[in-house]
Design a protein around this ligand. Structure first.
Ligand SMILES: N[C@@H](CCC(=O)N[C@@H](CS)C(=O)NCC(=O)O)C(=O)O
Length: 236
């Protein structure tokens, strides 16, 4: 059994989709970031970075004690290895899957994450960071469109690279963007959207990050996400 510390965000959905695709037995523990569930010393023993998602595999590859795994990209690689699915065996495609997974983890997720922050959470009126991160997201969508214009999937066959990039593509509407100018991305998005495992992995867990409304946070919730409580958590 695999324990999943889950929140319904793009990074969380990568893991819920992967588990549905592979059929690995798991149980989800819903974590409420606004209430600071991720800031506890107990959770930091699972994820030293104190972010979501994370998993604990009670029957890890190679045996031994339960294995915690953090960072959504590392979780996808681990689950691919464990299941023997969704990481191509062909060396060229395998490398392509790893390249696009790293691209998502290093660029497409973090740049868009900053766009979400400045558009939806930061005090209003900060034109420069909004423009900077929205433009970077547009540039990355252009890169994605180029790749998907030459291959049906990022590694030619459906893989963890697509599972990593798809939920972040789904989230662009929350920052006021569309796929209208990215037809190859739109086709790829629609193909993956129809997969039963993707539906199951996002169904009823999909409330967050699709609305472009500015969330109204209490002082405590703000502190848990961006302020004193967040900063002080690692020292607890
Ligand atoms: N690179 C990390 C990013 C994790 C991350 O930032 N997760 C967000 C939710 S999607 C989070 O935990 N936010 C809580 C916070 O910022 O305090 C991964 O891919 O797992």
């Amino acid at each position: 059994m695999i324990d999943v510390y889950f929140t319904p965000t793009p990074n969380g959905h990568k893991v819920s989709i992967m588990l549905e695709e592979t059929g690995l037995p798991h149980q989800l523990f819903a974590m409420n970031m606004l209430e600071g569930d991720h800031l506890t010393p107990e959770y930091r023993r699972i994820n030293p970075n104190g972010r979501l998602p994370a998993i604990v595999d009670h029957e890890p590859i190679g045996g031994g004690a339960p294995l915690p795994v953090f960072e959504s990209g590392a979780i996808l690689l681990y689950l691919a290895e464990k299941s023997g699915q969704l990481l191509p065996e062909n060396p060229r495609r395998r490398s392509q899957a790893q390249q696009w997974l790293m691209w998502q983890m290093a660029s497409f997720g973090p740049m868009q994450g900053q766009a979400h922050h400045f558009i939806r959470y930061a005090p209003e009126g900060q034109a420069y960071p909004v423009e900077r991160y929205r433009n970077e997201t547009l540039r990355l969508l252009h890169v994605l469109n180029g790749r998907l214009g030459e291959a049906d999937y990022l590694a030619e066959e459906y893989s963890i690279a697509d599972i990593a990039a798809w939920p972040w593509t789904r989230a662009i509407r929350a920052i006021g963007l569309t796929l209208d100018d990215y037809p190859a991305v739109a086709d790829w998005f629609a193909r993956i959207d129809e997969r039963p495992a993707v539906l199951a992995g996002t169904d009823v867990k999909n409330a967050a990050n699709l609305s472009s409304a500015r969330p109204v946070l209490t002082e405590e919730q703000w502190s848990n996400l961006f302020g004193k409580n967040m900063l002080e958590a690692p020292a607890r």
